[in-house]
Design a protein around this ligand. Structure first.
Ligand SMILES: [Zn+2]
Ligand SMILES: [Zn+2]
Length: 573
């Protein structure tokens, strides 16, 4: 059945007429009413944020996301389509800061968290009307009259329930996250701020000898930040690259990457002058040398590791080590680099941070009170004296400076909360393999690769407008409890206000608990969580599960599927 299209047809008019017809006859609602008894088809659409204007990319995704539920509806399924809004996060805070003429956390706290949070709540809806109009225009069907909203207390309570499940399995933990940090301002900088302050600098790097345990040989490793060397706890090689043990012209025996032999040892002489620069004694792949031990470069790091009862000072392996610079062996100081921190988590290395919040070396080192960049010289001199310095080549690179005060930034570990994704990696991969990805290459390739290299998820943010992290900590003995509901909070606090208090900062922070271990006061930790956890929680949090709509949710999410998922998590700990 074809119908010839009139060449004078006005497509806009026709579109408007159809939109009007759908609206007047309430077609969307009827499409669900008529199928009430039919089989449910579940489609999850991640919530958009309404504090930004919709753009052409949203048109494309909304159209695609409408096609599937529409098709399933026409096939006779009942497709619930509750609209939702993603509402927390830094962009909202920044917009409100701009509106109020505030700059930074100090000024926000001076202004007051209570009015600030209220402004955030208003700001979230700035473009709601525009979103509704455009969704109607492109024929996107969703129940916009009764949406879920990620800042609603019920939504937050469901997230707390989920976080508590994660906590009970031992998969929510406090660790360290590396941030670009200005030691003068005493604050981390966003990637946007860091990008504003790069300058080309020329400084001394160091190629250092790490003495192998039980062998008259050394690992050679290169660093551009000598001040991180006192905090060294491991070395890292690429597990698949080729490494060699060589007898060098300077009389030492070294381990380093084959690909960089000439570049590193070339300074010892030239072959044509009759000097044999090196002789290869043995060849390995990095993986062969994993766990090979060396002596701590600085005694202070060895002592710190001992205090933590953790084993360090051995070779680790990671694919991030490249053959483009240095020796192919990377020095690992988990307090001062994101790659280092990841290796530290993977191998459970000691955590040594011999630099304080002012960017000065701490008293455990021989350089106490010196600013890190000034300590570089002394460290090189000491290494040279002890025969541990192979070379200190000048190195030119772009280095970030603080855009506010022109102080060189350092990468610095700050406390942060993580979800231990690495513990569920095999489950994630197995589940991903059951998904019918179209095209297949996205699921097996891009997404599959990402899962293969999954990292623990840093979920905490040191901000205000977000779902508060549901952990209360004892001021005295450090005991921590994760709270999974208002009811649990009332029980632990003995405060009936727990049933009604708004679950945002600063209101929730007024509810303190009594420590079940020592009886002293427990306060909520200051962090809020990544708003991606909010949007990821929408399948259950939109129903206020498990506090309400238990049957409804479990009907959409078959019980045997839930119990399978629960079974898979058994035996993790
Ligand atoms: Zn600064
Ligand atoms: Zn306590």
């Amino acid at each position: 059945m074809y119908q010839k299209v009139d060449t004078n047809l006005n497509f806009v008019d026709r579109e408007k007429a159809i939109e009007k017809f759908w609206e007047e006859k309430d077609i969307f609602r009827k499409s669900m009413e008529n199928r009430k008894e039919a089989k449910t088809y579940t489609f999850y659409d991640g919530p958009p944020t309404a504090n930004g204007k919709p753009h052409i990319g949203h048109v494309l995704t909304r159209v695609i996301k409408d096609m599937i539920p529409r098709y399933r509806t026409m096939k006779g399924y009942m497709v619930p389509r509750k609209a939702g809004w993603d509402t927390h996060g830094l962009p909202v805070e920044l917009e409100v800061e701009k509106l109020l003429g505030l700059d930074g956390k100090e000024q926000i706290e001076e202004y007051g968290l209570d009015p600030f949070i209220q402004k955030c709540k208003e700001s979230v809806w700035k473009y709601k009307g525009m979103w509704e109009d455009f969704s109607g225009t492109v024929g996107f069907w969703a129940d916009m009259d009764d949406p879920y909203v990620t800042y609603h207390d019920d939504f937050i309570e469901s997230e707390w329930w989920a976080l508590k499940q994660i906590w009970d399995k031992g998969l929510l933990y406090k660790g360290f996250k590396i941030v670009p940090y200005c030691p003068r301002c005493g604050t981390p900088l966003s990637s946007h701020e860091v990008a504003q302050g790069y300058k080309a600098v020329k400084e001394r790097s160091a190629v250092v000898r790490f003495k192998v345990v039980g062998e008259d040989a050394y690992f050679l490793a290169w660093t551009t930040t000598p001040w991180t060397l006192p905090s060294n706890v491991a070395l890292c090689m690429n597990p698949e690259e080729t490494y060699v043990k060589v007898k060098a012209a300077d009389g030492y025996t070294y381990y380093l990457a084959q690909a960089l032999l000439d570049k590193v040892l070339g300074s010892l002489g030239k072959e044509e002058e009759g000097v044999k620069v090196y002789e290869i004694l043995e060849t390995y792949v990095g993986k062969d040398l994993e766990y090979k031990e060396y002596e701590p470069l600085f005694a202070c790091a060895g002592e710190a590791a001992e205090k933590q009862h953790k084993k360090g000072f051995y070779v680790t392996c990671d694919g991030y080590v490249t053959m483009s610079d240095g020796t192919g062996i990377v020095h690992i100081a988990p307090a001062f680099g994101e790659d280092d921190a990841q290796v530290g988590r993977k191998y459970d290395l000691p955590f040594v941070q011999f630099v304080d919040g002012k960017g000065e070396m701490t008293e455990e080192t021989a350089y106490a009170g010196k600013f890190v960049k000034d300590a570089d010289k002394d460290i090189l001199v000491d290494l040279e004296k002890e025969g541990k310095l192979f070379d200190a080549p000048k190195f030119e690179h772009d280095y970030p400076f603080c855009w506010r005060c022109d102080t060189p930034l350092i990468y610095y570990a700050r406390e942060s909360w993580f979800i231990k994704m690495t513990a569920v990696k095999e489950d994630l991969i197995r589940n991903n393999n059951t998904i019918n990805w179209i095209p297949e290459s996205i699921g097996k390739g891009r997404f599959g690769d990402w899962l293969e290299n999954i990292q623990d998820w840093g979920i905490s943010r040191n901000r205000y407008w977000g779902t508060p992290l549901n952990v209360w900590e004892c001021e005295d003995c450090g005991h921590m409890e994760a709270i999974g509901s208002r009811e649990e909070l009332e029980k632990l606090s003995g405060n009936p206000a727990a049933q009604t208090v708004e679950l945002h900062r600063p209101y929730i922070d007024e509810i303190t608990c009594n420590c079940p271990k020592c009886g002293k006061t427990m306060k909520r930790v200051p962090e809020v969580i990544d708003c991606w956890f909010d949007s990821g929680a929408m399948p259950f949090a939109q129903h206020h599960y498990p506090f309400e709509n238990k049957e409804l949710f479990e009907a959409q999410f078959p019980a045997q599927f839930i119990s399978e998922a629960v079974d898979q998590t058994r035996g993790w700990f």
